[in-house]
Design a protein around this ligand. Structure first.
Ligand SMILES: [Zn+2]
Length: 243
């Protein structure tokens, strides 16, 4: 017996739509907001006329909802990254929906709920799991899984550094290497604010130092940071095109 799952999958998007201006990239931040990172990140982004996309953690939003207001006021896009930062592919469907919806409920006080909704799952848990897709489709029928195509392993850098000086020494080369790729325009870049589960005294320094170098490098390469965009015509069978 054959099952047709094509109507159940949500699109998985990893780059800006091909219709985007060729000089655009999308810088995305997971796990915020935090008082240690968000105000300084907003200053850095403003200094470069850059706009970003924040996938926010509900428990941290609840602690500092004012920081969400500051993000939205500055023109950045905000979406839910779950309430608790847990693997949502390991919970019951109703809990998955409740966890995501609870986070978006607070965000919706600051801007209308976007349609299509961009979904970034904690740990990317279940992003290629048909049950997770079918469950998320109940919550956001036009949802799109917001994956990425470039990253800096900022949690790994935090885990390997003990001082701000070590972060500063490692950051420029790490950023250059990650951005030195022919398909950089259109890339969706992943960063974190105080990445979860990393035991390091320099998590905030890593978020801020890397972002400072990323923005400088992108400016130097003539690229502009824009919010991540849903795809108007998501690629069919995009799940098969993934790494
Ligand atoms: Zn996360």
């Amino acid at each position: 017996m054959k099952f047709d799952l094509s109507g159940r999958w949500l699109p998985i998007v990893r780059r800006l739509p091909v219709s985007s201006p060729v000089a655009d990239v999308a810088l995305t931040f997971d796990d915020g907001p935090t008082e240690e990172t968000t105000p300084a990140l907003l200053d850095l982004l403003a200094a470069h006329q850059a706009t970003a996309t924040f996938f926010l953690s509900g428990v941290r939003v609840a602690a500092r909802p004012d920081l969400v207001g500051a993000m939205v006021a500055a023109g950045h896009a905000v979406y839910a990254h779950g309430w608790e930062h847990i693997r949502l592919d390991r919970v019951a469907p109703d809990q998955l929906i409740a966890d995501m919806a609870r986070c978006e409920e607070i965000l919706s006080r600051f801007r209308p709920t976007p349609v299509p909704y961009l979904i970034r799952l904690p740990y990317a848990g279940g992003y290629r799991n048909p049950r997770v897709h079918a469950t998320l489709r109940r919550l956001w029928p036009q949802g799109q899984i917001a994956h990425w195509s470039g990253h800096f392993d900022d949690p790994g850098l935090a885990a390997g550094c003990a001082t701000a000086g070590q972060v500063e020494a490692a950051a420029p080369e790490r950023v250059r290497q990650a951005l030195d790729r022919p398909d950089l325009p259109g890339t969706v870049l992943l960063m974190h604010e105080l990445a979860y589960d990393i035991d390091s005294p320099v998590r905030a320094e890593v978020s801020l130092t890397l972002t400072r170098h990323i923005l400088a490098e992108l400016s130097q390469r003539g690229l502009r940071c824009v919010p991540m965009q849903p795809h108007a015509h998501p690629p069919a069978f995009s799940r098969w095109l993934l790494r």
